[in-house]
Design a protein around this ligand. Structure first.
Ligand SMILES: Cc1ccnc(S(N)(=O)=O)n1
Ligand SMILES: [Zn+2]
Length: 240
């Protein structure tokens, strides 16, 4: 009913355009990133990530992913530099993942997927008063995408600072939210280097159920990723 959406046969990505026509827009995400078609841009300065004093508020299952929300009432946890003209405040992070193997990330690299993808969602609090307002503006959001690939190492907790790989080299392009309302308001910054998580941790993500507690039809929350969308002539830039 109404604007319910999901990842199933009837309510999945191929039907989102019915309630969200922007799904067929000109700057939709995710995309397939082809490294040797990305243009190295010397104007792209280094990415500066400051999560040191980040204050997480809660972790929840919103029916589509597991989300960790942060206190975004000041500039404590911000990302700046790279393609960004202002600092962007961390609002939440969440994951997309698949049922097995190399399926589960939203962005792909030369057609190759990863087991999961972490999205750290930030908003431009310099130009906009609220996240809601920023979320519909073309330069309102900046989402940092980090690939997760299965291996035997552990990662300690959910402090986003320790979730970052050693290299901050990135690809960047203008895109959208990858789940409804699919607003074309995101400056995407995708790190080239994946982080390693254990099969155990991936297993935990796969154990999450799609629906909130009260809903009785328990569906396994797997494959909560949108497939790559048409590039429509957009440039993908690479940090040097
Ligand atoms: C907060 C939010 C909403 C919708 N989609 C996204 S995403 N997957 O593009 O990061 N984030
Ligand atoms: Zn996401």
């Amino acid at each position: 009913t109404g604007h319910h959406w999901g990842y199933g046969k009837e309510d999945g990505p191929s039907s989102w355009y019915k309630n969200y026509p922007v799904a067929e827009g000109n700057r939709q995400s995710p995309i397939d990133i082809v490294p040797n078609e990305a243009s190295r841009d010397r104007d792209l300065g280094p990415l500066m990530i400051n999560y040191d004093h980040c204050t997480s508020i809660n972790i929840s299952n919103n029916g589509h992913s597991v989300v960790v929300e942060f206190n975004d009432s000041d500039d404590r946890s911000v990302i700046k530099g790279g393609p960004l003209d202002n600092p962007y405040r961390l609002k939440q992070f969440h994951f997309h993942w698949g049922g097995k193997g190399h399926e589960g990330s939203e962005h792909t690299v030369s057609g190759k997927g990863f087991a999961s993808e972490l999205h750290l969602v930030h908003w431009n609090a310099v130009k906009y008063k609220t996240y809601g307002e920023a979320s519909t503006a073309p330069d309102g959001l900046a989402v940092l995408g980090i690939f997760l690939e299965g291996s035997i190492t552990d990662f300690k907790g959910f402090n986003p600072k320790c979730l970052l790989p050693s290299s901050l080299h990135f690809w960047t392009y203008l895109g959208s939210l990858t789940t409804p309302p699919l607003h074309e308001s995101v400056i995407w910054i995708v790190l080239k280097e994946p982080i390693e998580v254990s099969e155990k941790q991936l297993g935990m993500l796969r154990m999450l159920l799609f629906t909130e507690e009260e809903d009785n039809q328990k569906m396994r929350m797997e494959n909560n990723f949108r497939p790559p969308q048409p590039l429509k002539g957009r440039r993908v830039r690479s940090s040097n």
